[in-house]
Design a protein around this ligand. Sequence first.
Ligand code: ZN
Length: 180
Amino acid sequence: MANTTKITEQDLQKSLELLGREPRTPFMVKTRCPDGSPQVLLADPVFKEDEIWKPFPTFLWLVCPELKLKAAHLEQDGLIRIFSARLQEEQGFREEFIDGQKAISEIRMNMAREILGAEIPQHIQMILTRTTIAGSMDISGVKCLHAHLAQELAFGNNPIGKEILARVGNCSGEHERKQS
Ligand SMILES: [Zn+2]
């Protein structure tokens, strides 16, 4: 992950503003919009709650307001269902998708090992190795286009995210000051 930039105080403020909530895990800026603001955040895939470590498989957050809006529009157009059907029906598309999810599982497990050491509890391993980037145990459970787009931007290897990018293009770098 040589491209990952360490988070500065300014990044942190901007990220929290874009997220609109207090995240439960530490995160880094993985990709940036053309104006330099955080685009995809990479969070720790595990977090501690009540003294117990828990898995956090949906560890990539798309925070670019422009791409979030475009992804939301595609969701309204029914693209979640269409991609889900394609994962069930098109073998090549499914295989490419599964390869990308295996890569994501490895990245999550490597990050978890760095945080927890070699002994990763079974319940964490199970979730980090078996769920998709959108947090689904079902490979064709697309759930949320934002997660797939975030993977494509951050690590590649996501045919759903790739098609979304081909349709809407990357961020123009002209974030609106206010959403109307
Ligand atoms: Zn952007």
